[in-house]
Design a protein around this ligand. Sequence first.
Ligand SMILES: CC(C)(COP(=O)(O)OP(=O)(O)OC[C@H]1O[C@@H](n2cnc3c(N)ncnc32)[C@H](O)[C@@H]1OP(=O)(O)O)[C@@H](O)C(=O)NCCC(=O)NCCS
Length: 233
Amino acid sequence: MTSNQQDRPRPLASETVDALARSAYPTGNVVRRALLTLRDEGLRSFGFKLLGLLGYRRLLLLERALDQPIADAKPSLPVAVAMLAHDEVDDYLVFRPGSTRREIASRLRSGDMCFVARHQGRIVAAAWVAVQPVWVPYIGCRIDVAPDEAHIYDKFTLPAYRGHGIANAVRTHHLRHLQRAGLRRATGAVLPENASSLRDDGKGGFRAYGIIGRIRLGPWQRVFIMPPPRGRR
Ligand SMILES: CC(C)(COP(=O)(O)OP(=O)(O)OC[C@H]1O[C@@H](n2cnc3c(N)ncnc32)[C@H](O)[C@@H]1OP(=O)(O)O)[C@@H](O)C(=O)NCCC(=O)NCCS
């Protein structure tokens, strides 16, 4: 399912993992971040982040069968969801100013799809769907995507619009698109500490099927996959 850093297909998923890390890792200097993590997430999460600094990282792997019904989403703010067109990249860059035109154009050129939710015409949430292998720089490996599968990455809702169920509306739209295309399974990867994302994934019927991790010591790296912890299955 995965391979190490040498056979890197495309540097696409950097934002995905950056977003994952950003949402669960507070900003500021190291001491402040450490204290915030300890205060907000407890000793266990603090310990894993410390291990991360020492070269240990892991993501929860999620899956959802596409032959299961996809419930209607009922966001509490009206949004219009659609696939991002090639000539709408400017709108996307306003939504995610940290992205570059080159990166977004490259994703679209390589066949990835972006589904966006607009509120009063402005993009307020999005998620990306890859139907080919995805490079995950956070771990330093590739996640393979089978021909009848899709991998969801870089899900993001503008902070001011969170908590309205908009990510679920985006997902309902793209899962139905994938279902119509005859795909069998959707997957994703998320930091186990990312409670908001996991809560949202749960609404979409995703469940953990494994953990992908890496241990790195200097130039040596080992990528591994193992079953999810009991409470996550
Ligand atoms: C994960 C994310 C996309 C969810 O988007 P959303 O549109 O807010 O989704 P929902 O409204 O369904 O909220 C999901 C959960 O987030 C939590 N939440 C609610 N308001 C929130 C806020 N203002 N800020 C953060 N989390 C919030 C709640 O637990 C909520 O579930 P609940 O309302 O059923 O209790 C969004 O939090 C986000 O963009 N996070 C940063 C990027 C990220 O982590 N992406 C995941 C990559 S895998």
